[in-house]
Design a protein around this ligand. Structure first.
Ligand SMILES: *Cc1c(COP(=O)(O)O)cnc(C)c1O
Length: 442
């Protein structure tokens, strides 16, 4: 007897119900986010024009390889788009090499490790509890490649690597590859300070810029390729407000290194590289060249303002003595207010979306002491410093006063109704916006 159940015919209405369910949940999700304050440091809003690229015919197509060197036909216009976006990316990051094919930041990281390391090699990296990303830990890409990893000592007061200790570790381990960059990234990595040490060892220096990519593209935060890094990897959807995708940017030492990086990504870790995302990335880069400096400055000003306003309301924001942050992110120790999990949940109940986060002394990822807040998406919808004070007041009512969350939620929804347009992007009258329109806008 077969247990096969036909998926069409008799069950058609059930199948339709499944599709309807998904579509309804999406409507509910969209409505909820419309009424909520977005504070997750790794998210952003893609512009209307870039969103059109995601929904275009490109989401149905394939291309492997590089423009002019493909394994499939049908890429006449894809080649033109991709070649242009590669040039735009090199210009934006002031680099002589860019690979726009990684389909996420993690994929870019795995491709880089394939290119620049062999199984059994030793690398150095920041520790997870000090804000590193899972893809650079032994549970992630570093483990996939079979590497040994040593972590840098950390200075909690400075929320940054301990420079002398890091120098000592580098000289002792003499890694083949030294990784910098984190997911809790308040202050620039000390590349400049360590450059002489990198030169002495002759190691490759890798900067994982996923979080701060938009800021460094605008010449803010730090300039890794000028400070000693050879390669930058990143996600294109955090402070760079683009599609969920990845990128690898480099000033390779020589042609051999460039060839290795190229084959590390393809055929290494991608085949088709999501052409809709590369087109959306191109639009994002164009918009970032136009508006990125203004946008990045406001993101950083807002982060400092939010830190200050929370601090004044009695919350334990990290690094008051350093003006809280140089990036889009601030970190708050909420252990005495119930812990990161509880505070993030109460905030969600009040339509404020953030994430709980481990602090340097934590060892339980599921019950950490902190929350991490990012200002890049709030800035994108037009919020300025004065609005950060209002947001801080909402957070205080949740975390300290323990006010009724339904009441706060109503107030947040009312506050958010003034922020329903996107800034720092081309307007919807842009010709290509209509040309690419294939689905009706809700
Ligand atoms: C977000 C992040 C990544 C990659 O994330 P994806 O979700 O794969 O794009 C890599 N490194 C760091 C430091 C990150 O914060």
């Amino acid at each position: 007897m077969s247990s096969y159940i036909p998926v069409s015919g008799a069950n058609m209405s059930e199948n339709r119900k499944d599709a309807e369910f998904i579509s309804e949940m999406l409507d509910d999700h969209t409505e909820w986010f419309k009424n909520s304050i977005p504070m997750i440091a790794s998210e952003n809003l893609i512009s209307p024009l870039a969103r059109e690229m995601l929904m275009s015919d490109l989401c149905d197509r394939y291309a492997e390889g590089l423009p002019g060197d493909r394994y499939y036909n049908g890429n006449i216009y894809v080649d033109k788009i991709e070649a242009r976006v590669i040039e735009m990316a090199k210009e934006l990051f002031r680099s002589n090499y860019a690979d726009i094919r990684p389909i996420s930041g993690t994929v870019a990281n795995i491709g880089l490790l394939k290119a620049l390391t062999q199984p059994g090699d030793t690398i150095t990296a920041p520790a997870l509890s000090d804000g590193a990303h899972i893809s650079t830990a032994k549970f992630g890409a570093v483990g996939v490649r079979g590497l040994k990893s040593h972590t840098y000592p950390f200075d909690v007061d400075e929320m940054n690597l301990d420079i002398d200790g890091t120098r000592k570790l580098l000289l002792e381990i003499r890694p083949k590859l030294a990784l910098f960059g984190r997911s809790v990234f308040l202050f620039p990595a000390p590349l400049k300070e360590l450059k002489d040490t990198f030169d002495e060892i002759g190691c490759n220096v890798w900067f994982d810029g996923a979080h701060v990519l938009g800021l460094i593209a605008s010449g803010r935060f730090q300039d890794p390729l000028r400070e000693g890094a050879h390669v930058i990897t990143g996600s294109t959807h955090k402070t760079l407000p683009g599609p969920q995708h990845g990128i690898l940017i480099a000033n390779p030492r020589d042609d051999k290194m460039a060839r290795k990086l190229n084959s590390g990504i393809f055929p290494g870790v991608v085949s088709n590289h999501h052409l809709f995302a590369t087109a959306a990335l191109g639009v994002t880069i164009a918009e970032h060249k136009e508006f990125g400096e203004e946008y990045s400055d406001q993101i950083i000003r807002n982060a400092k303002a939010l830190g200050q306003a929370l601090y004044e309301r009695g919350m334990k924001v990290f690094c008051e003595h350093k003006n809280f942050t140089e990036s889009h992110t601030i970190v708050v120790d909420v252990q005495e207010l119930g812990g990161g999990k509880e505070v993030a949940q109460l905030m969600e109940d009040s339509n404020m979306i953030c994430n709980m986060n481990m602090l340097p002394w934590d060892d339980k990822p599921k019950s950490p002491s902190g929350i991490r807040l990012g200002t890049q998406e709030m800035t994108r919808i037009g919020m300025k410093e004065s609005h950060m004070t209002e947001v801080a007041e909402f957070i205080k009512r949740v975390a300290i006063d323990k006010d009724n969350t339904t009441k706060i939620k109503d107030d947040v929804t009312r506050f958010k109704s003034d922020f329903q347009t996107m800034h720092y992007c081309f307007d919807e009258d842009f010709p290509a916006y209509k040309r690419h329109r294939l689905v009706p806008k809700y």
